[in-house]
Ligand binder design. Sequence first.
Ligand SMILES: NC(=O)c1ccc[n+]([C@@H]2O[C@H](COP(=O)([O-])OP(=O)(O)OC[C@H]3O[C@@H](n4cnc5c(N)ncnc54)[C@H](O)[C@@H]3O)[C@@H](O)[C@H]2O)c1
Length: 311
Amino acid sequence: MRVLVTGGAGFIGSHIVDLLIESGHEVIVIDNLSTGKKEFIHKNATLYLLDINSPQLEEVFAKETPEYVIHQAAQVDITKSIQDPTADADTNILATIRLLKCCQKFNVRKIIYASSCAVYGETNDCSIHENFIVQPLSFYGVSKYTPELYIQLNHKFYGTPYTILRYANVYGPRQTPKGEGGVIAIFMQKALQGEQPIIFGDGEQTRDFVYVKDVASANLSALTNGTNEIINIGLNKKTSINKLHALISSMFLDSALPIYLPRRNGDIQYSRLNNEKALQKLDWKPSYELLEGLRETKLFYENDCSKGGNS
Ligand SMILES: NC(=O)c1ccc[n+]([C@@H]2O[C@H](COP(=O)([O-])OP(=O)(O)OC[C@H]3O[C@@H](n4cnc5c(N)ncnc54)[C@H](O)[C@@H]3O)[C@@H](O)[C@H]2O)c1
């Protein structure tokens, strides 16, 4: 199948592109390389170096006529979304509306949208189902949620099928320490450099960490499953930031104690995504437990560090 991946040079998008190509699909990438890297893109993918907000988006659709669109491109920095909500909304909301227009015009068979656990906001310490109330704590959470509504109404008015995947905290090779959920990338890099990592709050906040290859396989599965559904992608397991730090420290010979700073605006206390729906509707299950994923991630950062990189 011919699949267009927006943000295919990014952390998650590039793993999706790899898996699609390994699975025999033809892949077109649109990316402006604002946070993505050209070297992450599989050599068999066709790259359009383009902002998804640009008028040329339609020309790419006309030329490539993708059958499926996997939409990963986004402004992913929560702090930036609070400092500059207009820029955040331009990329995350307006560009998605433009993309939907193209999907409709060029009869795309499905759009698969990367949403986020950030849409849920503050919850109790529980397993979060898809039907939980959404109450984002940041503009980023709002700008990831709003396109969900557009995608669903677009389906109602114009018929474009969709699958909305709400990712938990994704981690793995190629992650930059800046984006959403970059805590593992930060801890790994600090450990390698022998520097003290910063923990915001008391470190007892929990996250559900899902390995990037499992997220890529969920996207692959969504090409043919889970149509017109909103589906959580996570392990349904919680790990506190203190526990995470201890796990990562134990993987390195010398690692420094963390510095604790006050909790940041927009940070949630608990996050654990119920994944029963993904197991049923996507015929998907995560293959990586946290420790296994951390080991693969560590190899990547060691290799990157030895090349003098700063991914
Ligand atoms: N990383 C996580 O833990 C996580 C969790 C939940 C949801 N998500 C979502 O997953 C998606 C991918 O996130 P990521 O962590 O890989 O981030 P990333 O920053 O590595 O990837 C985003 C990609 O989109 C590109 N991009 C950004 N703005 C663009 C624009 N206007 N036009 C074209 N390309 C543009 C960037 O260059 C980059 O390659 C995002 O939609 C994000 O909201 C990520």
